[in-house]
Every structure is written in structure tokens, then in C-alpha cells.
Design a protein around this ligand. Structure first.
Ligand code: SAM
Ligand code: SF4
Length: 326
């Protein structure tokens, strides 16, 4: 489907839960997380029905996200059902890696088309400071298990931040040694991310070039999103950057988001969209839901305004990233 600015929207991130087994400092508060009760979260049959409507409007790729998607039971079966929908070409997953080792066989059998694993550091002590949980070993086991499925494309995503000892260049070693891509995501001022300064693409690239020598730009596209990639001599995989702040990519935005509570969000930064759960549970037909989705996508904002004053617009996003799905 084409939005009001001529952009093709063919990708949706579907959050299956707002719960998580980590508490990353830029994503979730340490205490007082109000989990939404189960009845408020879309059931899998509701997600599949909505995904069918999105597919009928031209969505081709789905990313399952959360919170942490793997804390909800049955994600592999959901992925398999979504894969069966006419028009859907790929169902992928983003995860913090906990539980991945156990669920990989079922995910592979479900035809998962790719896994993004979020990992901000290779230092267990820094990991615990960032995520507030002693789960580094489990994440590494998940990563190692994923390396055992070379048919499932794997990306490691890191959010560089100003925290002592993070050493983001160490993570690039995965791309040097294995045919997987390591991507650096600029911290966005959404939810708790507002409290952290971002480290820019230019800064990280300079650190990588000091360690690995000059890079070459990679012109092809990899994945479904706004990542820009470079190659380093001798690397098996690529290094990518998702730089919403220093290299705004809104004019190429191809995505919308469905929250676990069934709200269709058309831009990360704004609360705008459509309450599809109310429509679903109010007995709306597929045609009525389709019309609501079309109207929301036509009104998708032109771009984020991350660098403008935070109080400049009234409907700016107030949720945390774990509630939105990243
Ligand atoms: N729990 C899963 C995970 O960590 O991959 C999926 C949900 S998480 C919200 C998705 C991604 O959003 C993660 O890679 C996380 O690092 C990223 N993220 C969270 N808050 C962010 C922020 N303020 N700016 C940029 N990325 C953020
Ligand atoms: Fe959980 Fe992912 Fe947010 Fe970390 S980034 S708290 S793993 S949802």
C-alpha cells in the first residue's frame, strides 16, 4: 500500500507482548513495570486475522517483536501460521537471545526467515549494568545456537551508548569471523532513550576504522529496513548502521507497527494510527478493518522530529520502546 507521501508500506513489526525478561536501561524502567493483562493483548488468532488484512493491502514482510517475543508461548506456531498467509514472503524475529537456544529448532521448522539478536556488549559485567539482569551467558548460548543454523540469516544489533566499558568495536568481531551482519543503532529519544545521549554513526565508524582499517561502502540492500552497510577487508559479514538521528531515513520508510494491544502505529515518534483491537472485538468485518488500516497509512506522518523541542507537538509518543516493539 502507498501512503500519503508516495512511500510503499510493505513491512510490519508485530509485537506479541510488552513483557520482557531483561530491563535494558534505555528501554524499560527497573521497577514498577505495569504489565498489561492477558485479555488486553491480542490473541494469536486475532494477530493472524489482522496480518491477513495487512497482506491483502501489500504487506509482504513481518517482524515479530516485543517486549521479548520469546517470553510468550507459541511464537514458533504463530510464525508458521503467518508464513502460510497468501502474500506474506518472510516472517522474521527480533530477540534478546534468552530462550533462543531452546526455541530455535521450532523456529527453524516454522520457516523463520531471519533473526535479529540484540546484544550491546561482550562484557558480562557491562551487560548486567545495561540490562539489569545476569543473563549474558544465556544470550551467548542463544547466539551460538543461531550460528548453528546458517540457513537463517542472523544479525546482531547493538545500541552504542555512553556507558563505561561497552566497547562496541568488539562486537564487530562476529562479522569478521562469521557471515553475519553486525549493526549499530543510534539511540532514539523514545521513552527512556530520551535520557541517554546517542553515539553517532560517524563516531562508531571512526573507532572501527582505527581497529580494522578503512571500510568500503556496500551499495546493495540487506534486510527490509533502513540499514546502510559497509565492508571491511577480511570480514565474512557486513557492518551496518541504523542512524535515525544522524542520517534520517524517513523518506524511505516502508513500515508500520502493530502493538501487542492491537494499535496500528504509523510512525515511531507519534501516537497516531488506528485502534484495530477495538474494531476486531467490536465485530468489524475484514473490509471495515482494511478501510481503517488504509486511512491510517494514508495519514502516516512524513517524518520524525527527534531533533526538535520535545514539547513541540502534542501527540508525540509517550510509551517505552518495549511497548512499541522497537
Ligand atoms: N526484546 C527484543 C530485543 O531486544 O531485540 C525485541 C524488542 S526491543 C524493543 C527491539 C530493539 O529496540 C532492540 O534492538 C533494542 O536495542 C532497540 N531499542 C530499544 N530502545 C531503543 C532506543 N531508545 N533507541 C534505539 N533502539 C532502541
Ligand atoms: Fe527487553 Fe528488548 Fe527492551 Fe531490552 S531492548 S528491555 S531486551 S524489550
Amino acid at each position: 500500500m502507498i501512503d500519503g507521501y508516495g512511500r510503499v508500506v510493505d513491512y510490519i513489526r508485530i509485537s506479541v507482548t510488552d513483557r520482557c525478561n531483561l530491563r535494558c536501561v534505555y528501554c524499560m524502567p527497573q521497577e514498577g513495570v505495569q504489565s498489561v493483562c492477558h485479555e488486553e493483548i491480542l490473541r494469536y488468532d486475532e494477530i493472524v486475522r489482522l496480518a491477513g488484512v495487512f497482506a491483502s493491502l501489500g504487506v509482504r514482510k513481518i517482524k515479530l517483536t516485543g517486549g521479548e517475543p520469546l517470553v510468550r508461548k507459541g511464537v514458533p506456531s504463530l510464525a508458521a501460521e503467518l508464513n502460510e498467509l497468501p502474500g506474506i514472503e518472510q516472517v522474521t524475529l527480533t530477540t534478546n537471545g534468552i530462550g533462543l537456544k531452546e526455541q530455535l529448532p521450532a523456529l527453524a521448522a516454522a520457516g523463520i526467515g531471519g533473526i535479529n539478536l540484540s546484544l550491546d556488549t561482550l562484557n558480562p559485567e557491562v551487560f548486567e549494568r545495561i540490562t539489569r539482569r545476569p543473563a549474558f551467558q544465556q544470550v551467548m548460548e542463544g547466539l551460538e545456537a543461531a550460528l548453528g543454523y546458517p540457513e537463517i540469516p542472523l544479525k546482531v544489533n547493538c545500541v552504542p551508548m555512553n556507558v563505561e566499558g561497552q566497547n562496541v568495536t568488539e562486537l564487530a568481531e562476529f562479522a569478521r569471523r562469521y557471515p553475519i551482519h553486525v549493526r549499530y543503532i543510534e539511540m532514539m529519544p523514545i521513552g527512556l532513550g530520551k535520557q541517554f545521549g546517542f553515539r553517532s554513526e560517524a563516531e562508531i565508524l571512526a573507532e572501527l576504522e582505527t581497529r580494522y582499517g578503512p571500510c568500503r561502502p556496500f551499495d546493495g540492500t540487506l534486510g527490509n529496513g533502513p540499514g546502510r552497510y559497509v565492508s571491511f577487508e577480511g570480514f565474512a559479514g557486513k557492518i551496518g548502521f541504523i542512524s535515525a538521528i544522524s542520517h534520517k531515513f524517513c523518506e524511505r520508510c516502508n513500515r508500520v507497527r502493530l502493538t501487542s494491544q492491537g494499535f496500528l502505529k504509523t510512525c515511531l515518534q507519534y501516537e497516531r494510527g488506528a485502534d484495530l483491537k477495538s474494531l476486531l472485538r467490536g465485530g468489524a468485518s475484514d473490509g471495515e478493518i482494511r478501510a481503517a488500516v488504509e486511512a491510517a497509512i494514508r495519514a502516516k506522518p512524513a517524518s520524525h522530529q527527534f531533533l526538535q523541542r520535545q514539547d513541540a507537538e502534542e501527540d508525540k509518543e509517550t510509551h517505552t520502546m518495549s511497548q512499541i516493539g522497537g
